[in-house]
Unconditional design. Structure first.
Length: 201
């Protein structure tokens, strides 16, 4: 006699990345504390049972969203090293960052920075991720700067390590200014001036 067939799990009927993107917009614009489960249900289009079943409670979903954001930013940063021109790589980095932190519509600033400074009771955990991300960005920038100097694209009278730290601070400054309402044009002008001072005359 054949054993009864095992019940097959039903495939998910939603795009997980799309749901995480929509949840990201909610947490980014409202913050963790102010974002309600109903806000997340409305934004994602999933029922509470489906949301809990796929992602767990609100805190677990927030952690998944934060990981998703870090992955997205990290992937974009990794692509820069494949850019043959260091000047072009830096232009792409700051151009993309201005667009991300200062969109035409939606939440502004850096989600990771906001999470690391405003998640009550979760600051240490989120801040640890922020510090790790900043260290990785600094290391990437230092590699790009050294490569640019060796290729003759960038000025050699600037210390790559010190300049990388300055640029990391500048990236966060752009995010803060965007959150405060600075326009894309204004941010692009500022970042353009800084990058032009690094290029070899």
């Amino acid at each position: 006699m054949l054993a009864p067939a095992a019940k097959m799990a039903r495939p998910r009927e939603f795009d997980e990345t799309e749901v995480l993107d929509k949840a990201l917009d909610v947490f980014w614009s409202k913050g963790y504390e102010a974002a309600s489960v109903q806000d997340l249900v409305d934004a994602t289009g999933l029922g509470r049972a489906s949301l809990y079943g796929a992602f767990g409670d609100k805190e677990q979903l927030f952690k998944r969203v934060l990981g998703h954001y870090i992955e997205r930013v990290g992937g974009a940063l990794a692509e820069l090293e494949a850019e043959p021109s260091t000047v072009r790589a830096l232009e792409r980095l700051f151009g993309a960052w201005v667009s991300t932190t200062c969109p035409k519509s939606g939440p502004r600033g850096c989600f990771l920075v906001l999470s690391g400074t405003s998640c009550e009771g979760r600051e240490a955990w989120a801040r640890g991720l922020l510090e790790q991300s900043m260290k990785q960005t600094e290391a990437l920038l230092e590699r790009l700067l050294r490569r640019g100097q060796e290729a003759g694209e960038l000025r050699v009278d600037r210390d790559p390590a010190a300049t990388a730290r300055i640029l990391v601070v500048m990236l966060q400054g752009v995010a803060t200014a965007a959150r405060a309402g600075w326009s894309r044009e204004k941010l692009k002008s500022v970042t353009g001036d800084v990058l032009s001072n690094l290029a070899r005359p």
